[in-house]
Design a protein around this ligand. Structure first.
Ligand code: A2P
Length: 276
């Protein structure tokens, strides 16, 4: 079966489509509506949004307009990075449901261990408070799974030590070249599923020489190599595109990269991302 039609299973038994559609940096309104509508049309059944992307409303509208059953689409949203209290987490979650116009979401995760404006700050207490609210939302059936994003081992340990439910997911920046081994090893050991955002290094990875050489060998694009590499690492890539041809290309990933070529790709080092 094609990867785009296949699922992984989370530790609580919930099925999650192997490839998700990332919506970070897609503008709210028509751009998001069109992108998500097209993604659903070409076969994506897993849409990743966040409160901090400001496009939840448009994601919800596109899902509704698609006429695909709600149960057949896996929807993720994320708690804004600065929200670190029990009460505000609940309020923010219900805002998300309202914006998406849904009665539940499939996955709700803490966007980051600290506010983006204070990266590195110790928010252990706040993360536990937020996560406890999320545990209740999960137990009440408002989300099918809960988790975290951008959490390193120390942040994960804080949750494991102080909360009941082991996060079902940790969504991290993961692509060829970045070293996430410590976090991934810890997550594997604790049955925390890894989702990979920026699987194409927000596009900067696509000019990498090694990736281009291997793409040529398999007669596919560099983007397809990047996505296939992550599938062979058994994580869920979340590629973003606003172009239909690229969205489609990013789903045609059912070739196999040989062990030898995976090892060559493992040797690529560095983070090519630029934000300016
Ligand atoms: P665009 O949205 O204009 O198509 P990531 O998923 O790592 O965040 O990368 C997203 C970036 O990569 C976006 O700039 C997107 O551009 C670009 N992109 C996505 N898919 C492809 C593709 N198949 N070929 C080339 N560029 C792509």
């Amino acid at each position: 079966m094609k990867a785009i039609e296949s699922f992984y299973q989370l530790s609580n038994g919930i099925k999650i489509p192997k490839i998700g559609f990332g919506t970070w940096q897609i503008k709210p309104g028509k751009e998001t509506f069109d992108a998500v509508s097209t993604a659903l049309k070409v076969g994506y059944r897993h849409i990743d949004t966040a409160q901090g992307y400001y496009n939840e409303e448009s994601v919800g509208e596109a899902i509704k307009a698609s006429n695909i059953s709600r149960e057949d689409i896996f929807v993720t949203s994320k708690l804004e990075s600065h929200i670190k209290t029990y009460e505000d987490t609940k309020l923010a979650f219900f805002e998300t449901l309202k914006k998406l116009d849904m009665s539940y979401i499939d996955l709700f995760i803490i966007h980051a261990p600290w506010p983006w404006s204070e990266m590195g700050k110790n928010c252990d207490e706040g993360n536990v408070a937020a996560y406890k609210a999320m545990e209740e939302l999960y137990e009440a059936g408002y989300c099918k799974a809960i988790g975290v994003s951008n959490f390193e081992v120390k942040h994960l340990k804080n949750i494991l030590d102080n909360c009941k439910i082991v996060p079902h997911v940790n969504q991290i920046g993961y692509f060829i070249g970045i070293d996430q081994s410590e976090t991934i090893d810890f997550c594997k050991l604790n049955n925390i599923f890894i989702e990979a955002y920026s699987p194409l290094g927000i596009g900067y990875l696509l000019s990498n020489k090694t990736i281009n050489q291997i793409a040529k060998k398999y007669e596919v694009s560099p983007a397809q190599i990047c996505i296939r590499y992550l599938l062979q690492k058994e994580v869920c890539p979340l590629p973003k595109s606003i172009h239909e041809d690229r969205m489609i290309q990013n789903t045609i990933v059912d070739f196999i990269i040989s062990d030898e070529d995976m090892k060559i790709l493992d040797q690529v080092k560095g983070d090519p991302r630029r934000w300016s």
